[in-house]
Design a binder for this molecule. Structure first.
Ligand code: HAM
Length: 419
């Protein structure tokens, strides 16, 4: 059998890439407008990094990681997400000594061995941000407002913003007791994983996907009722700020998210439009105030989110793709092919994107290629044009053709393209 891509991993071919570029460019522009700077981390990290941050009893660590032993007998893992690497890098490079607040963004592939489905892949792309050093709650609101505005700017209008707070260590301690008291009578009905989670990390039971566990979790006492005064005040200020910013949101007390490092504010944005299917979480994020310290860094509050780019692309309205070429240079006779290459270079030097078919071929077949590429302009060069220092400039949309001086050709093309 011929070799194929790994199940759940997709090729992205040039016909699709302009949508990706548009999305990535829009993301960079948006977050750079808020002071974020790009960081790039390795795709492979020590396995222990993910076990210690995402958490031993999470689905990601228990079931989904691509883990392997390298030739030096080290256990390595393809990153399932970006926050762990960002925190490792922040600690490793002692970034806290350089600036009080650090704002990073990243774009790249992540790996989770989940069951492939529409909108769920084993290699998928995330664009995310992380803020270190600001305890919130105003930065929490700004980050949520930023990403909600970003999604709207992509033309994705049907979304729902969910927020919750799971508080810090003291809240968690209060709540765990209440949660266990509720879960204990249901212990035998829970799946085997959740029975184990009850002892290791009861909050994880609330994030289980097994239908009976979901039903039981739905009636669990809400964590919001157990917030300490400080955690409650943080959550109240966050809501006030979101209201002031005009960001619509819905409080969902059952939102706990699938990673262990969270403390306090949590949020997700769901896409409600057609085209997404069941995998409708466009992004997720939250505060993780203990994580930097737990990886050996100073006590540093932090918040971030990551968006699934494939899901955003599915939710974005279709726009007609633009041509990747401005001018197609046509050599009318085989004798002018080198001259056509020279004309192409002259045009490119003025910033035009130029293609030609230097294999030659008939005038008709070359113009057909220009048409297929949806090119706006063809420049036709024959022996008589070369002798006269001219070219035939054809506006393929207006179907108009003129002879222009060769030294004027680039300027004319720019004028036509500018409309
Ligand atoms: P997450 O909720 O695991 O959070 O993933 C964030 C987003 O990545 C999801 O909302 C979804 O859009 C996309 N995603 C996740 N898994 C897949 C998949 N298998 N196929 C396609 N898309 C997927 C995190 O990863 C956290 N690191 C977010 C964060 C950053 N929290 C704080 N800072």
């Amino acid at each position: 059998m011929s070799l194929r891509a790994v199940k759940g991993m997709k090729d992205i071919l040039p016909d699709e890439i302009s949508k990706w570029h548009r999305l990535e460019r829009a993301f960079r522009d948006r977050v750079e407008g808020y002071g974020f700077r790009e960081a790039r981390f390795p795709i492979v990290e020590p396995t222990a990094l993910f076990v210690r941050t995402i958490g031993e009893t999470t689905d990601i660590v228990e079931k989904e990681m691509y883990t392997f032993t390298d030739r030096g007998d080290k256990s390595l893992t393809l990153r399932p997400e970006g926050t762990a690497s960002a925190v490792r890098a922040y600690v490793q490079h002692s970034v806290q000594g350089r600036e009080p607040v650090t704002k990073w963004y990243y774009i790249g592939p992540m790996y989770r061995r989940e069951r492939p489905a529409k909108g769920r892949y084993r290699q998928f792309y995330q664009a995310g941000i992380e803020v270190f050093g600001d305890p919130g709650p105003y930065i929490d609101a700004e980050v949520i407002d930023m990403v909600v505005g970003f999604i709207a700017s992509l033309g994705i209008t049907e979304v729902e913003v969910l927020v919750n707070s799971i508080g810090g260590a003291a809240t968690r301690q209060n709540y765990t007791a209440a949660l266990l008291a509720y879960l204990e009578p249901h212990r035998d009905e829970l799946c085997a994983d959740c029975q184990r989670r009850m002892d290791a990390n009861p909050l994880r039971v609330l994030d289980c996907k097994v239908p009976r566990c979901v039903e039981i979790a739905a009636d669990a006492p809400p964590i919001l009722k157990h917030l300490t005064d400080d955690d409650r005040a943080h959550f109240d200020r966050l809501q006030e700020a979101l209201t002031k910013l005009g960001t619509p949101y819905r409080i969902v007390g059952s939102l706990v998210r699938g990673l262990d490092y969270y403390t306090g504010t949590l949020f997700e944005v769901l896409g409600k439009g057609e085209g997404l299917g069941a995998q409708n979480a466009l992004l997720g994020g939250g505060r993780y105030d203990q994580l930097v310290k737990s990886l050996g860094g100073p006590d540093t509050p932090a918040i971030g989110f990551a968006m699934g780019l494939e899901r955003l692309l599915m939710a974005m309205p279709e726009v007609e793709s633009e041509s990747h070429v401005d001018v197609f240079v046509v050599a009318a006779q085989p004798t002018v092919r080198a001259e056509a290459a020279l004309l192409g270079r002259e045009l490119r030097e003025t910033g035009l994107r130029v293609e030609s078919d230097l294999r030659g071929g008939s005038l008709k077949s070359q113009l057909r290629r220009a048409d297929k590429m949806n090119t706006r302009i063809a420049m036709i060069l024959g022996e008589s044009e070369v002798a006269a220092g001219a070219v035939q400039l054809k506006d393929l949309r207006a179907q108009k053709q003129h002879t222009v001086f060769r030294k004027e050709a680039a300027k004319r093309a720019h004028e036509i393209l500018a409309g």
